[in-house]
Ligand binder design. Sequence first.
Ligand code: BDR
Ligand code: CA
Length: 314
Amino acid sequence: GTKLIIDTDPGVDDAFAIALAALSEDVDLLGVTTVYGNVPLAATTRNARRILALCKRDDVPVAPGAARPLVHPHPHEARYAHGADGLSGRAGVLPEPARDLEPVDAVTLLARLLEQTIEPITVAAIGPLTNIAALLAAHPRAAERVGRLVIMGGSLAHGNTTAAAEFNIWSDPEAAQRVLTGGEVPCVLVPMDLTHRCAVDSTWLARLASSGPVGAALDALTPDYLAHYREALGFDGMAVHDAVAVAEAIRPGILRTDTAPVQVECSHGPARGATLVDRRAAGVRASTDGAATGPFPEIAVDTDLDGLRAFLLE
Ligand code: BDR
Ligand code: CA
């Protein structure tokens, strides 16, 4: 099975993504590392541990990572979408974890897990990219062991947090630029254009709720998030962004990808955090930009929408 580490900021859709990996039989979930994001680090860490406890996965180590971005002094939050505690105000109904938090930070745990394992490891980064950028800077040899880094983030058309920027990239543009342009790890970027198209509706959620206790508990975490999506997308359902990325992490090829250079806007103007995906032909790029050096990220552009939703439910 796929050896996987998830770096996350739960978050309702992160909770769905963690459960997907935690309950998939052919996945070897080696660890979960947390980052500030939708809510502050203490809350994302608590939420991640409780989701694992819900899935009876207290065997999975959890380590807390960055509490703020690399350069910008303050974290941004998304309580408006995920509720005050990051899980629609329902974190308290989840079981308490039996396992202690690891006594090391996220970057140390990532490096240890990467160095311990012979096979390549997939990392799913479904929050701001601060921990991953820090890993590349502090542990370049360990980072070489990452077989694939599947990132939920960015957008081709428009943002969800500002007019230009998607939340995870906007949270730490400098970290994202480092990860996406460094060429050290093979990246798969799963942008919000595709994750919005993969949104699940109330029928799908009702099926999840009736699938068993874990499905019912996950469904119970959605009220605030659903209210946000009713407003944002104007329909009775929600985007499960991070679960789409984890689906690709555990079933490579479930999303169709193109390969293209990506730059992240790091200025402090209105486009801060935008992902600029260069979709020109390679020959045109080379003739105008000089030596365009890769390897470039893969960008997820399409999927069998019903097949993907069925896979998530299963
Ligand atoms: C991303 O931002 C967060 O709010 C979600 O958990 C997801 O990772 C979507 O833009
Ligand atoms: Ca997230």
